[in-house]
Ligand binder design. Structure first.
Ligand SMILES: C[S@@+](CC[C@H](N)C(=O)[O-])C[C@H]1O[C@@H](n2cnc3c(N)ncnc32)[C@H](O)[C@@H]1O
Length: 222
């Protein structure tokens, strides 16, 4: 099966094999660095996590944050995330669509988005941020991490559509093939899309990953 549209269904099917992506030997140094960066930046915050998947990032964040509401659209990944150990007992989970965040409310001071930005069509990132910011107070901290494309480490890009979205063809253990959007925005593209709604923007690039950190502007200023 080749599916060019449904990223959510692809990740539901990939749930049990998902964390293998974090075993790639060449990425281990960067992973340690970015894990420390994220945990340090979110320390002491009440975090809304978007598209948390199997909780790979929820776990280290839970060690320094005050609390986390970790959300995802798929029960398949949420069920795996729920089985992890969170020593501070400060994690709750909720099922919701990241593009609407329906049903989500709380006194958050920060949001974390790990490896989901790359799956948002380029024309929809602004709308995604508007929804996310609507759940946060002015000045809230946002931490976004995702992949750089490194030849030989990442799956090759299979095609680019008319809007500039890039796609990868991925094969799961059950033999199914899925063509999904995987975008690799540049620093300037990230700065452009956050320009109106963010201040104190910081961008850090490692070899395999990037990290964008900023503060949400008051909605009235957008
Ligand atoms: C690349 S994984 C990232 C998971 C986790 N944040 C991590 O970095 O390990 C993408 C996640 O997005 C979720 N997802 C896909 N579409 C979604 C949507 N519309 N709303 C919320 N989650 C979605 C998938 O279920 C999957 O867990």
């Amino acid at each position: 099966m080749t599916n060019t549209t449904d990223t959510a269904a692809y990740y539901a099917r990939r749930a049990s094999e998902y964390e293998r992506v974090y075993d790639k030997p060449e990425r281990q140094t960067d992973l340690l660095a970015i894990r420390a960066m994220v945990a340090e930046r979110l320390a002491g915050h009440r975090v809304l996590e978007v598209a948390c998947g199997t909780g790979f990032w929820t776990e280290p964040i839970s060690r320094t944050a005050t609390s986390i509401l970790a959300t995802d659209i798929n029960e398949e990944v949420l069920n795996l995330a729920r089985t992890k150990h969170y020593p501070n007992e400060n994690v709750r989970f909720a099922k919701t669509d990241a593009l609407t965040l329906e049903g989500i409310s709380g006194s958050f001071t920060a949001a974390f988005v790990g490896f989901f930005w790359s799956h948002i069509p380029v024309g929809r990132t602004g709308a995604f941020l508007s929804v996310l910011h609507s759940k946060l107070p002015p000045g809230a901290l946002l931490v976004v991490i995702d992949n750089n494309h490194v030849e030989g480490s990442n799956t090759p890009i299979s095609h680019t559509d008319e809007d500039g979205n890039t796609y990868q063809r991925r094969v799961l253990d059950d033999g199914s093939t899925h063509e999904i959007i995987k975008n690799f925005p540049s620093e300037s593209e990230l700065r452009e899309v956050t320009d109106e709604s963010a201040h104190d923007v910081q961008y850090a690039a490692l070899r395999y990953y990037w990290c964008l950190t900023y503060r949400a502007k008051p909605t009235r200023d957008i």
